[in-house]
Design a protein around this ligand. Structure first.
Ligand SMILES: Nc1ncnc2c1ncn2[C@@H]1O[C@H](COP(=O)(O)OP(=O)(O)OP(=O)(O)O)[C@@H](O)[C@H]1O
Ligand SMILES: O=P(O)(O)OC[C@H]1O[C@H](OP(=O)(O)OP(=O)(O)O)[C@H](O)[C@@H]1O
Length: 200
């Protein structure tokens, strides 16, 4: 039996849609029936439902053999896991956004403090980072920060809050990851899951 960690939010909906497209209906039906339970047992996979940014934690610890999370989370955390496969959903990108373009952005609000620090180090600009957990746009809208570092998909959230993209950075999409030890110890089962996810 394989244990796979999934995030509970928008990525779960995208994953269910993907499973339906691949006719993997045993798994999609089981996931569609979820209300508040956090463990869902199916024929070959036990799914556990966690917060997106916690998916790599469960996988690195080895209580989940596999996991699906956004590459933004992997950029931020630098975990000891295997990155196995790109999945064709969860497309968005990192961006710096502000009310207006400026020469420098000395104060930046973000959920992604490591990614942001690495970026400003790479361009050799000092930065004060304010860490937030969500609604990051607000920080620039009400001038707590000069800019935000966040993920952008349609750009609607930026537009509706009077911000625009100033610097477009790395592309993001969903990834299948595995525990390093499980990748060898359960390689046959993991390859079977990968093949099913690829071909349906
Ligand atoms: N606007 C967006 N468009 C596309 N993908 C996004 C967007 N916002 C976030 N994502 C991707 O989805 C991931 C978050 O997935 P999800 O919403 O399932 O996580 P969660 O933390 O479990 O959710 P919740 O916050 O609702 O509990 C992010 O890490 C990113 O890769
Ligand atoms: O470009 P858009 O299509 O508007 O999407 C981008 C928004 O989506 C994410 O927020 P999320 O919905 O996860 O809410 P959050 O503010 O709680 O992080 C992200 O942090 C942006 O706010």
């Amino acid at each position: 039996m394989i244990t796979m960690a999934l995030s509970k939010g928008r990525q779960l909906k995208d994953f269910i849609k993907y499973l339906d497209e691949k006719n993997l209906t045993t798994w999609s039906t089981a996931l569609k029936s979820v209300s508040r339970e956090l463990v869902i047992e199916t024929d070959a996979i036990r799914f556990i439902l966690v917060k997106g940014e916690d998916v790599p934690v469960y996988v690195e610890e080895g209580v989940a053999d596999l996991g699906i999370t956004g590459s933004d989370v992997l950029f931020e955390q630098n975990r000891q896991i295997n990155n196995l496969m790109d999945l064709p959903f969860g497309y968005c990108h990192f961006a710096i956004a502000a009310k207006k373009p400026k020469e420098v952005y000395p104060v930046v609000a973000t959920k992604y403090i490591n990614f942001t620090q690495n970026y400003f180090d790479s361009i050799k600009q000092p930065v004060k980072i304010i860490q937030l957990k969500g609604s990051v746009e607000l920080a620039a809208t009400i001038d707590m920060a000069d800019a935000i570092m966040d993920i952008v998909q349609t750009g609607t959230t930026l537009k509706e809050n009077g911000l625009s993209e100033q610097v477009q950075l790395d592309e993001i999409n969903a990834r299948l990851i595995s525990n390093k030890h499980a990748y060898f110890a359960k390689n046959d089962e993991i390859q079977t899951v990968i093949n099913q996810l690829r071909m349906g």
